[in-house]
Ligand binder design. Sequence first.
Ligand SMILES: Cc1cc2nc3c(=O)[nH]c(=O)nc-3n(C[C@H](O)[C@H](O)[C@H](O)COP(=O)(O)O)c2cc1C
Length: 202
Amino acid sequence: MTTRVLIAFYSRGGVTEALAKAVAEGAKAEGAEVRLRRAREFVGEDVMKKAPGWLEGAQRMNAIYEAPTEADAEWADAIVFGTPTRFGSMTAELKAYIDSLGGLWFKGALVGKAGSAFASTSTLHGGNEMTITALYAPMAHLGLILVPTGYADPAMFKAGTPYGASSVSGTNSAPPSADDLEVARFQGKRVARVAAALKAAR
Ligand SMILES: Cc1cc2nc3c(=O)[nH]c(=O)nc-3n(C[C@H](O)[C@H](O)[C@H](O)COP(=O)(O)O)c2cc1C
């Protein structure tokens, strides 16, 4: 039976989106079916227009990716969260999606699925690891089996973190490097593999 992977991410400028796409490539390379979903803003266009490119980026991505739903989480065998860092932690947009999963938490509907996370910052020590490990907390509450990247692949010795894929975009919103993307693809492969094993054991 095909393994199903939900990648629920938020991205304002496209950097985390690029990581999400690489995670999807990795999962697909393992034969998984993937749903890529972008969490939506809940501020108005007036607020978005104050930051150059925010509204345009959101419109571009929203035309490609549906918003993640409760049904997506229920469908999935693995749930991967991705977010840019906001003051050392996850974005409110992704957190709002996670908080919408309370009904599934109550039913224990996500218990035993695989879970993993990735992040992007603008500065080198600006919070990638903290953001990923902050995502581990709600993942634990939901009963997901955490799947970190570890140093489980040669790619991990060049980029990323042992907690999950990452990138440092700098002041000019640079896209993830080839090494960052290799880690993200590895993460997608690893989480799909673990999800398949967990599914077979259920
Ligand atoms: C309100 C706000 C807070 C941010 N906080 C941090 C931070 O704590 N550390 C950091 O390195 N970058 C921070 N950033 C920068 C983004 O995390 C970074 O540019 C990221 O790569 C953007 O990803 P995206 O293109 O997917 O939106 C912040 C950006 C915004 C708008």
